[in-house]
Design a protein around this ligand. Structure first.
Ligand SMILES: [Zn+2]
Length: 407
């Protein structure tokens, strides 16, 4: 297949030319002209997204999401690869649990996938620590003392190998009971991020998930990388005061939004990630709602709209959604260049349409972005195969692991 038109060149930016895709699903050639039958690109061709932070709930909670529904939502939103977090049931914290989840993903996922593995004290002494093909280790602040949280972060970053992704909120600020209102949830955790990050090792092995505060950004440990989620850029306590919007870390203030936008625009926060965390509407409407906002399908459409309104440069978005997460995870992908997987999205910047819940594919069944302007990709290719068109799936299954064990 040869696609012809405007595309994002990793060095030159938007360029007119041709992209040839081989039968093996990789990009064979990128050139001004390539002979052969061509298909015209409407709008522009961008690298598809790699979302390094999703919760697909499988195994354990398939009524909230499973690999089929979550990966379909991802594909329709222009994401062709995800990394799933380990807080499933059972948690992904051993080679057996890892193999079980990898098998489920290989059977049902339409997008390529990696798996995060739970970190705990002493994990670097496990015989499998160096061999497990994890995307990264993930450290949570729940049910752990600050001493153990801190020593685990030091231990795992010092051991080398996979990155350590932290949920950077100090364990002592995690309130035990359900909040009565959303502002209370935020108030409990006012200082949680900055206090946690102040005690983290200065290490290039460290990656801070879902950065949410101005103070957290100012206090990022030296050498560490960070990600930001659309809800911490676009939402705050003024914009969303329903308990449905309970999320960890919580929604903050417009001042925090502004600081995060600034850090995102200038690349101090390199990575965009969704923290897609689906729960059912009845769970979110209960007196004790679980934390989490779904977003894997709306992330790129909402951010492409931010590009159109002039709030974000296209090159920064391409970097944040494709290049930077790939680089962070040591993957050779995310660029329209020879030898890279042909993971591409076709985007027409004139095709703004509102987010409509009925047209989304997550089992979550709700979104805080109903009616927001967005630009959904017209076509999405995963390794050269069309997996979504006009927001609807065109394929099922076929996802492959991003990381494999060394032979
Ligand atoms: Zn998460």
């Amino acid at each position: 297949m040869i696609l012809e038109g405007r595309f994002w060149h990793p060095q030159r930016g938007l360029t007119d030319g041709c992209v040839a895709i081989g039968d093996d699903g990789t990009i064979k050639r990128v050139a001004k002209t390539i002979s052969g039958a061509k298909e015209r690109v409407r709008g522009m061709l961008l690298p598809a997204g790699l979302d390094m932070h999703v919760h697909f709930r499988d195994p354990g909670f398939p009524h909230k999401e499973d690999w089929a529904s979550g990966s379909t939502a991802a594909a329709c939103g222009g994401i062709t690869a995800v990394v799933d977090m380990p807080n499933t049931q059972p948690p992904t914290d051993s080679p057996a649990a890892f193999a079980d989840k990898a098998r489920r993903a290989a059977t049902a996922s339409v997008v390529d996938f990696g798996l995060g593995v739970s970190a705990r004290p002493g994990i670097s002494r496990e015989t499998w620590f160096d061999e497990l093909p994890a995307a990264f280790w993930k450290l949570y602040p729940y049910g752990i003392s600050w001493e153990d949280y801190q020593s685990t972060a030091t231990e795992v970053t010092a051991a080398g190998g996979h990155p350590l992704v932290i949920h950077g909120e100090h364990p002592s600020h995690i309130a035990p009971g359900p909040p009565r209102e959303l502002a209370e949830h935020t108030a409990h955790r006012q200082l949680a991020e900055a206090e946690c990050l102040a005690g983290m090792p200065a290490s290039p092995q460290l990656h801070v998930a879902h950065l949410s505060t101005a103070d957290g950004l100012a206090g990022l440990p030296v050498g560490a990388t960070a990600e930001v989620c659309p809800h911490h850029l676009l939402l705050n306590l003024d914009a969303c005061d329903s308990l449905e919007c309970k999320v960890d870390p919580p929604l903050r203030t417009p001042r925090d939004n502004a600081a995060l936008w600034s850090g995102f625009r200038d690349g101090r926060i390199a990575v965009l990630a969704s923290d897609h965390a689906p729960h059912l509407p009845e769970e979110k409407a209960s007196g004790a709602p679980p934390s989490g906002i779904p977003g894997v399908e709306t992330m790129l459409p909402l951010m492409l709209q931010q590009v159109v309104t002039g709030n974000l440069e296209l090159g920064r978005l391409v970097n944040a959604m494709a290049e930077a997460p790939a680089d962070r995870l040591g993957l050779s992908r995310g660029r329209i260049a020879r030898g890279q997987p042909a993971d591409l999205i076709e985007v027409d910047t004139k095709a703004t349409r509102p987010v409509v819940l009925e047209r989304l594919h997550s089992r979550a069944g709700w979104t805080p972005y109903e009616g927001w302007d967005a630009i959904f990709p017209q076509r999405v290719w995963r390794r050269g195969e069309l997996v979504a068109a006009d927001g609807e799936p065109q394929a099922s299954r076929g996802g492959q692991p991003l990381f494999t064990a060394q032979p």
